[in-house]
Every structure is written in C-alpha cells, then in structure tokens.
Design a protein around this ligand. Structure first.
Ligand code: SF4
Length: 376
C-alpha cells in the first residue's frame, strides 16, 4: 500500500531501533532519509504531506483534549500517536495548529511509552477515561503501516475504566477486524453531506464507503460512533445531510451506536489565509462567521441552532437513543437545538460516561463514582 506520496523522511536518531520506525522506513524505499537535527526548519508548508518525520516523541502521550473553557466540552483524552494527517481536508484545523511543523509526524516510540499511559489509567480506577487517537491525525489512515491498532486494542480492551475510540474518514479496517478485541473499543466515522465530502475532504473515502466499512465493523461485533463535524450549511445542505442519514439508517443497527456528535465549522482566524492559499477552490469560508468567546470563528448562533436542530430531527426520527451530543457549544445553543442541556462540561462528561457504562460495563462493575442513572 503506497497511497501516500512520501518523498522524504526525517528521522530522529535511533529510530530504526523501534519496530514502527523500521516498518515505516522500509515502506518508502524511494524516499530520501536524513537526520532530524539537520532538517528541523526546512519544511515548506505546501509540501508538508510529502514529508514524514519519524519522531521519538518526548512529550506526554496522553493529554486532555484542549477543548475550551468558554463552551461545554466532553472531557476527552487524546492519545498522541502522530501529529498531522495524510488526508487533506480543506477545513482541517491542523493546518494552522502545525503551521511551523507541517510534515506528517509519527511517534515511533509509542510502544515503548505505552506503559506510562496505561499506568495513568490504572492509577485512577474510579474514573472513566474516554480516549481517542483521532484528534491530531486520522486514527486508521496509517494503520496498515503503523499497526497502531495491534499495539493499542489489546491494552485498552482489557481495562474496565477506559474506552478507546478510533475515529476515521477511511476504510482501513483490515487490522482492527483481524484482532479479537471488541470490549471497550469504539470505531467511529466522521460524516458529512456527500457534497462536502467530495469537494472538501481530499483523500477521504466517500460517505458510502465509510458507512459500508462501519457496517462491516458492526457485523464483526464492534460498537460504533459517528461524528457530524464540521457541519457546513450550503445550498441544498438539508437534502444532502438527509441522504447521509438515510444511508446510515439503511445500513447500520442504531442500537449498537454509542454516540453521535455534532459540531459546526469553527476555526482560528489564522486558518483563513491558509485555506485561501492551499485550497483556492474551497467553499468552506463562504458562510457568515463571528468571533466566538474562545477566539475562534464560528457561524452565527441561529445558523448553528438550525443545523443542529435539523440533523437531530432526522437522527431521532431514525432512533430515539443515539447518545447525541454537541461539541464545544453553549448552554443556550444546547437548549434551543437539543431540548436539554448538560449545563456544564462535567454534566456532559457524566452523560458520555454513562453511555460507556451502558454499552460496556455491567452496572455492578462500573466505577463507584459513576453508578448513577443513565439519561437516554
Ligand atoms: S481527516 Fe481530520 S485530521 Fe485528517 S485532514 Fe481531515 S480534518 Fe484533518
């Protein structure tokens, strides 16, 4: 599989002593390889995705999602397996986050550092850790090469106070399907209207293919999640999102969906010139935006409410208990669009923790602090 046009590899010293490092080096025999020390500042942002940096990561592998204090956040934990993404969505916030390090960084020492991560989780048995690898990269795009799932699924699926969510826009499910781990593993797909997916999600699988892959994983015993994020209004958006939800309803068993999130397009102002430069044909900047409390641009409130309310209506007509939640929204937007609100970030954390208990833990085995009634 050589779907990624890697032309050059930058490697930290000793990277070949890691299995992941050796595999990646062997996979791109035509790429030039040079030591990191000599190249740190030599990456042109236009060509970032053609350069792979095999890094011995020194920071914390497990970190709370940056979220935002001004809006209601879900208390997710990010497992840092890589930074940047081989896909190239026009709206991707990582283009601004990693402006100064635009290459695809893969942390080759993950396996060596994983015991530290599991120690953090094991040392807090009364807390549920909702962990995902899909915030700073796509969770499965590189899996056939990195074999992240082989390293992570056995560790996470045998622990009772954590779930691992692998979020993707691809169909690279071969390795997860080959493993026997199903407990506390969630496979999630980011979805959008087909029009957005074709125009703005370069390198991603089509919506049909994503749902087909999700169906195969569900049939193989995995619990699924879906994320409608970023929702983007455009002429015909209602019909278009309706098509995606119709397809979901035709192919997927709603009773084995742990949650579906919705979030509308939001971005740091710095992203705007980057999108204009890197994706001149994109229409994601066409809407009416305001500067939010968290200094990110987002759609005017009535637009956000209309988006959420409409999508929620379609989803709830399909099934009333899908664990719907909003990503980074305010209490009043929750009330206006969802008909209820968790009020605070800890309220949303509890709602999602209860979904974990419902799907993965018998009530007697749930961590003590979480044995309260499930809202559905
Ligand atoms: S899949 Fe996610 S991380 Fe990758 S380019 Fe698209 S938005 Fe960015």
């Amino acid at each position: 599989m050589n779907a990624f046009p890697i032309k050059r590899i930058i490697a930290d010293r000793g990277i070949a002593s890691y299995g992941l490092g050796r595999r990646m080096l062997a996979h791109f025999p035509g790429a030039s390889v040079s030591p990191a020390d000599s190249n740190k500042h030599a990456v042109d942002p236009q060509n970032g995705k053609k350069i792979l940096y095999l890094q011995k990561y020194k920071g914390d592998f497990l970190k709370p999602c940056p979220g935002t204090r001004e809006y209601i956040c879900c208390g997710y934990q990010i497992l840092n397996v890589a930074a940047n993404c081989p896909l190239d969505c026009t709206y991707c916030i990582l283009q601004a986050y990693f402006l100064n390090q635009p290459c695809l960084r893969v942390f080759a020492n993950l396996e060596e550092r994983l015991p530290e991560v599991m120690h953090v989780i094991d040392s807090q048995p009364d807390r549920i850790f909702r962990v995902g690898t899909g915030e700073f990269t796509d969770s499965l795009a590189l899996d056939p090469l990195t074999r992240w799932s082989d390293m992570l699924l056995p560790e996470f699926s045998r622990r009772e106070n954590t779930i691992l969510e692998l979020k993707t826009k691809t169909t690279r499910i071969e390795r997860v399907l080959a493993l026997e781990c199903r407990d506390r593993i969630i496979l999630s797909w980011s979805l959008n209207g087909p029009w957005i997916s074709v125009r703005e999600e370069k390198g991603a699988a089509s919506i049909e293919k994503r749902i087909e892959a999700a169906k195969r994983c569900q049939a193989a015993g995995f619990v699924l999640g879906f994320h409608f994020d970023p929702l983007i209004p455009y002429p015909g958006w209602k019909e278009d999102y309706g098509r995606t939800i119709e397809l979901l309803a035709r192919e997927i068993d709603p009773q084995r969906i742990i949650w579906i999130s919705m979030g509308s397009f939001r971005f740091m102002p710095d992203l705007k010139p980057i999108i204009r430069r890197r994706h001149p044909g994109s229409s994601v900047l066409n809407g009416e935006f305001i500067l939010g409390l968290d200094r990110k641009m987002r759609y005017f409130k009535p637009i956000r409410v209309e988006l959420y309310r409409y999508i929620r209506g379609l989803l709830e007509a399909w099934h009333p208990d899908l664990g719907l939640y909003l990503c980074m929204e305010s209490d009043d937007v929750w009330e206006a669009s969802m008909g209820w609100s968790p009020k605070t970030s800890s309220g949303l954390r509890e709602f999602l923790d209860q979904r974990v208990i419902k799907f993965f833990l018998s009530r007697g085995r749930a961590p003590q602090v979480l044995r309260s009634p499930v809202r559905s």
